[in-house]
Design a protein around this ligand. Sequence first.
Ligand code: BG6
Length: 491
Amino acid sequence: MTGLEAARGVKDVKKLPPHVVVLFGATGDLARRKLLPGLFHLFMSKLAPPMRIVGTSLDDLDTEEFRAVAVKACSEFSSRVFTPEAAAEFAETVSYVPQGAGAEALATQVRQELAVLGTEAHMLHYLSVPPMAAMAVLEMLHEADLVKKSRVIMEKPFGTDHDSAVALNASIHRWFKEEQIFRIDHFLGKEAAQNILAFRFANGLFEPIWNRNFINYIQIDVPEKLALEGRSHFYESTGAFRDMVVTHLFQILAFVAMEPPTALAPNPIGEEKNKVFRSMRPLDPRNVVRGQYLGYRDEPGVAPESQTETFVALKAEIDNWRWAGVPFYLRTGKGLADGQRIISIAFHEPPKSMFPEGSGVGQQGPDHLTFDLADEFKVSLSFYGKRPGPGMKLDKLSLQFAMQETEQAGLVLEAYERLILDAMKNDHTLFTTAEGIERLWDVSAPLLDDPPPVRSYTQGSWGPNAIHQLIAPHAWRLPFERIWRNKKTES
Ligand code: BG6
């Protein structure tokens, strides 16, 4: 085994049983952009145990046609080196059954693949389908007798409100045991999200100041440049709040806000996250800005009078001792000026009396701790320091760390890769819980029942003007005044 393989934990993989991955929604956007390229990487890097993939979707394709779809997806979207030879080897492991062919046809194909892998083999069903379609797929798995020795990854959003999430949980439990279910939220699989836990709980430096006495407010800001990318059918019935906030942004909020868990294990982490969700105040629609980019209603598949939001910004509050009075400002939307995933922790400002007028103290905002949740994790701490030379002028300076500058940058797994592998290992640590999801829908109920009207914004902006009132007297961190240092481009 090479040093690199050892660092990646290739040895642990040998302990895992082979897997047949049954991919529902196999021709959809997520499968093409992330899941197929991710499975391709796991296959080529030998990080996953031996596996065979059975794709299925509403498209009427045969195996050869689907293999072409898979290879094209890997060549277009894989973030690693792509070679046609490697893709051809991967394609050999892939087969396809149209969902319309029914449960028996799916069962026959899956059993054939299981036979190739031997009696130890397990199944991993990945439901990359909208919430409405999930129940029918689960029923099909039951009918096809593909429940035993299997695990199920369920995509978000999990339900569309509290009642539908409860109903979905109840219906899954008709056929699957809780330990077989992995409710995925890929933001938790991002290397950077796990680094929040490392940063907070593996160091003595920050945890003592991680509370309302030192922190003034927090922003979780995930603007996206991308617009619909052909997903209007999904998006029209989902919108930015259900697609991103009740899922990714609230899960990240829990990692930022939770108490130290008793262990790095599913139950202790789930319990601390759920305590955060239980402490969240129900969302007040007056603290929410919904937006829709101009031109959205002209997109194919979008209703001419659509009220679906493509943007949402809101203030969330956590009513506990650690966070009382500390607002959490969340923002996300499509068609915005930039694509970023930023968490900013703004610290209280000190009294500035000793500095002469015009020194610049406090002029560039408070000290911030900033996490960039990109695959290339970055963190920075900004502070005021003295400008060199005579007098006492102050400038905002920063300490920065970028994963890409380290020798381990190549070991980073993409979020879906990490989480698929965790599900194969039966590790629930980075997955969400039924209780947490149901509580988040409860917190969201006042907004879902009485949503404020959508305000329009131009593509390439930062959202409707009302976002500034929402956050006043503070200001949105983005766009950054000072860009991240980039060692690669610096001379
Ligand atoms: C998905 C949403 O879950 O997350 C998309 O459905 C969004 O609308 C995507 O674009 C963002 O994920 P990432 O990993 O690119 O930040």
